[in-house]
Design a protein around this ligand. Structure first.
Ligand code: CO
Length: 162
């Protein structure tokens, strides 16, 4: 499987909720997503980036590379925000500054189908926000306050997107 590059249309879709986590094909897809994230040295990767409009993401956490089904931010530090540089495997060599909530609480289902929640702060909170945005058809270029690298590349991609 390959990582899709913007302006691949699927990157703009709203992804559907995962219904049957015990499904073996779904488990295979999840491990492929994780494998690709590791191979490409990403902090996170979302299913739409490998061609599937489903609510599934992989994130490189302190506890290792993890899979999250139906991740949902149910609390955010509304006033505490932080700006930092972001990139995306679907927008190679393009970087920009994005303002994100500093702390988020996320609910999700794990590989066993068990509902869990976690608190993420700083970079991890940023990665969750970035990946969950992918599930809603949003990219960091929609939110960035400043482009820091790759203006020529982005101009070319945006021209292709029209
Ligand atoms: Co991305």
């Amino acid at each position: 499987m390959e990582i899709l590059i913007y302006p691949a249309k699927i990157l703009r879709n709203k992804s559907k909720k995962v219904k049957n986590i015990s499904d073996s094909q779904l488990k295979d897809l999840a491990s492929e997503l994780k494998r690709l994230m590791v191979e490409k040295d990403g902090l996170g990767l979302a299913a739409p980036q490998i061609g599937h409009s489903i609510r599934l993401i992989a994130i490189n956490t302190k506890k290792g590379d993890q899979i999250f089904f139906n991740p949902k931010i149910y609390w955010r530090s509304f006033f505490r925000k932080e700006s930092a540089e972001e990139g995306c495997l679907s927008l190679p060599d393009i970087f920009g500054t994005v303002k994100r909530h500093k702390i988020v609480w996320v609910s999700y289902f794990d590989l066993q189908g068990k509902k869990r929640k976690l608190k993420a702060a700083g970079l991890l909170a940023r990665v969750f926000q970035h990946e969950i945005d992918h599930l809603n058809g949003k990219l960091f270029i929609d939110k960035m306050t400043k482009l820091t690298k790759g203006q020529d590349l982005l101009d070319k991609l945006l021209k292709n997107a029209k």
